[in-house]
Design a protein around this ligand. Structure first.
Ligand code: SF4
Ligand code: SF4
Length: 192
């Protein structure tokens, strides 16, 4: 059923729109004075300003990258690949993480170990492993599902900038560089 609301009657003062216009001009004037004062008396910045301070001065722009928002406690990190202490890739390119990833951010091309490797007919490793950081939602499902403990969410400095979409895709070399070595009890190569 349609709900009909009574249109409020505006008095003469409201119909002139003067209060709104003057209010807007006052805000503009306040920003102008604050900006001039900051130029004349620049403040020495020692770290990120608090939200409270920024709101009180009306300056909501941050001077990135010197100033950054602190990450919330619930931030899990960004996905990276890790090697074992022998420098071997833990990933066996089973593609479970690619399958489970909700936004389809992971793309894996499975590859084989060199024929001379003693494990050549036992395990595989990824030929290509890309994660599109524009798609990743940092959910941690890839870490949860990985049977080899090869992919982890690392609480790195969250600087994800690039000049193109392609630049925001992390390839295998970059993911291993960020992940480094992780010593864990699971060692897929031993005792096989
Ligand atoms: S953290 Fe989530 S969204 Fe990001 S790659 Fe892993 S499964 Fe995909
Ligand atoms: S990271 Fe883990 S789940 Fe993903 S392909 Fe490699 S072994 Fe499988």
């Amino acid at each position: 059923m349609a709900l009909i609301l009574a249109r409020p009657e505006l008095n003469l003062w409201e119909r002139l729109y003067l209060p709104s216009i003057l209010g807007g001009l006052f805000i503009t004037l306040r920003h102008m004075v604050e900006t001039i004062l900051l130029r004349v008396f620049p403040r020495k910045r020692t770290g990120p300003r608090s939200l409270m301070e920024m709101s009180s001065t009306g300056l909501m722009s941050m001077q990135y990258p010197e100033e950054k928002w602190p990450m919330p406690d619930g931030y899990r990190g960004a996905p990276v690949l890790v090697m074992d202490e022998g420098g071997r890739e833990k990933c066996v390119s089973c593609q479970l993480c690619e399958f489970i990833c909700p936004p389809r951010a992971i793309r894996i091309t499975p590859g084989f170990l060199p024929g001379a490797d003693v494990h050549a007919n036992v395990e595989k490793k990824p030929r290509a492993f890309d994660i599109d950081m524009l798609r990743c939602i940092y959910c941690g499902m890839c870490e949860e599902v990985c049977p080899e403990e090869a992919i982890f969410l690392k609480k790195e400095e969250p600087i994800f900038v690039g000049t193109s979409r392609q630049a925001m895709i992390r390839d295998k070399q970059e993911l291993y560089r960020l992940g480094g070595v992780m010593v864990r009890p699971i060692k897929k190569w031993d005792g096989k």
